[in-house]
Design a protein around this ligand. Sequence first.
Ligand code: ADP
Length: 480
Amino acid sequence: MKIVHAASELFPYMKTGGLADAVGALTVTFAEMGHEVSVFLPGYRGALSHPLAAGAERRFRIKVEMGDESLSGDVFAFSPSKNLTVFLVVRDEFYDRRFPYGNGERDYEDNSDRFIFFCKAVVETMRLADLGADIVHAHDWQTALLPLLLREAERRFGVTLAMKTVFTIHNIAFQGLFSAACYPRTNLPDELFSMDGLEYYGQVNFMKAGILFADRVTTVSPRYAKEIQTPEFGCGLEGVVQTRVDDLSGLINGVDPAVWNPVTDKLIPARYSASNLSGKRTCREELLRQCGFDADFQGPVFGMICRLTEQKGVDLVLANADFFTTGACRFVVLGAGDRRMEAALGKLASAWPDKVYLCPKHDEAMSHLIEAGCDYFVMPSLFEPCGLNQMYSQVYGTVPIVSRVGGLFDTVRDADEDQASGTGLMCAPTAPELRDALERALRLFANRSCYAAVQQRGMARDFSWRTAAAAYEALYRDAL
Ligand code: ADP
């Protein structure tokens, strides 16, 4: 198949979260399976200067209609591996920035223009490059207009393409909601600015367009596919999602073994496998050392890696701060984001420097060291479309403590409830329930053989992208 992906993040060129990992791994896996894959990414500063993009060449000069204006851009392309072409849409005014969506304090004011332009640039490049796509797969709100813009382009040029469109919701909490003033920039027909179109309580909702107009809608776990049909998790779009239940599926992400594999991981001080965990002990000691803790400490080390946001349950962790400061354990957090949360965690770490450590930045190497060096990974998300770290944890023999939501529900089993196949500890996303799970973690850790059994079962699980990609492949074929 000829498959086109469009996304605002792509590992390793631009990443803020799981979206980058998912699109990165999916495109590489499909290319390896012999499909012809093109993937579009905005030409961010970091993407253009990435060593893998060194061979990028300007392929097209494009003009994009934005309301009454015509804006130009350049499309660069390079091929990082067989069957895979990365297209970078370059327009410095929009993308020559360090961060993809905002400066950390707030979102960029011109985000609607930036991503309308990007979607239109994809449509135009597909035409100029004559990509002849069978499937066009758009991810999250930033590219949610793409399925509709493609149908509009067909109408404009009087053609009907055999191509099918797929839209994946990686997180329904981010919808791309903008003032109605941006609607004319889409050049879509006025009648689509209505309840049955992009309009959402007087504003424009990009994600709504993706859900309504793609041929197939997917999200990143079966549980989340059910949850987003409810008011509790649908973030106001549950009614829209309900209209597409017949075309909706939940396909769990995988783990990229080229990046996340303790047997080959070059970012950790020692490599290890399920049959020989001595390297994990070395990683643990190095982690303790880097955090300024006593490297001989024998109790459990808890780790957490996430964007510091409400979603990730940081407040539930803060409500249980005394567990980490008074208990016989260590706690290391890697994460940046919300200032209040960062400050609260920072305060905890300075008050208890021999027990709690905060690394308040994005740090790829540190994230690998935490996954490898910890005994437990803490992920009490309030909602979690798929989640990757609970899978990485199992692969690295680090027992995950997760809430029973979304992809966490689908990928972890509670070891107390299911003593034959449990791979982690689970709780409801509340502070007291998390406390209970943390206490259970201490008891489990004290029973070395039981802990080892849970750890081994996690390491034996198969989270390969081959399985995930096969599910997408079946979906594509079915759509076609
Ligand atoms: P989300 O996409 O909601 O942020 P996921 O668990 O799906 O959550 O994916 C998060 C990804 O981002 C993981 O690969 C995680 O390791 C990584 N990550 C998050 N915060 C950091 C950080 N501060 N440093 C390095 N990696 C991080």
